[in-house]
Write a protein that binds this ligand. Structure first.
Ligand code: HEM
Ligand code: HEM
Length: 152
């Protein structure tokens, strides 16, 4: 490890990603409510409308997108600074795939707002897949944390 890099910097990415997992769960909850507002019975819709779920979903989804982009680039930066290279392993590749998936899904926002059904299905499919990969990413991520911890 390069002596100039503070050891605590290694934990910024894991901690941020733990927070993002919770945020992802919340964004999913808001997205499912958004669908209920769109497809529910007149009574259900009336009850849910004041919750402004679509706006809140868009807001938290956007925050998740931004933090995931910088969080995964940050993880790569720290790995590079520590080792002078990147390890092309599952954590890197799945992390990049997840970041691409959420970015692609987010770019469908204008189409979804125009009521495009295909865009909606693709959006939900990409993001649900991304959240599933997230669970797996926690496992490989914690293995890396363990390695950094025991090698220090
Ligand atoms: C955790 C990741 C996410 C999940 C699980 C998710 C899920 C969903 C679901 C279930 C819907 C409702 C689809 C329907 O009405 O049939 C939806 C709609 C939508 N999502 Fe996401 N989403 C996620 C992230 C994002 C992100 C990152 C953005 C944009 C930055 C975003 C923007 C939108 C928009 C604009 C809509 C349409 C809302 C409307 O009907 O006005 N979502 N999403
Ligand atoms: C709680 C879950 C996660 C943990 C514990 C974790 C942990 C780590 C650790 C310890 C590193 C080494 C770099 C450093 O010392 O900071 C790393 C690197 C990285 N992480 Fe994560 N991570 C998690 C989730 C994610 C997610 C969700 C993504 C992408 C969306 C991601 C993408 C990356 C990338 C691209 C690297 C650089 C390549 C590599 O070192 O393999 N990580 N992660």
């Amino acid at each position: 490890m390069l002596a100039t890099l503070p050891f605590s910097l290694n934990f910024v990415h894991p901690l941020l990603m733990g927070l993002l997992l919770a945020m992802g769960g919340y964004a999913m909850f808001l997205g499912i409510k958004t669908k209920k507002v769109r497809t529910g019975t007149a009574e259900q819709r009336k009850a849910l409308l004041p919750g402004k779920f679509a706006q809140r979903h868009y807001f938290w989804g956007s925050m998740l997108l931004a933090l995931m982009v910088f969080g995964s680039l940050g993880g790569m930066a720290v790995t590079y600074l520590n080792n002078g290279k990147l390890f092309v392993g599952p954590h890197l590749l799945v992390g990049l795939a997840m970041t691409g998936m959420i970015a692609g899904a987010a770019s469908l926002s204008p189409l979804m707002q125009r009521g495009n059904v295909i865009a909606r299905k693709v959006h939900v499919g990409l993001n649900m897949g991304m959240l599933t990969l997230f669970l797996w990413q926690v496992v490989s991520g914690l293995q890396i944390v363990n390695k950094i911890w025991t090698n220090s």
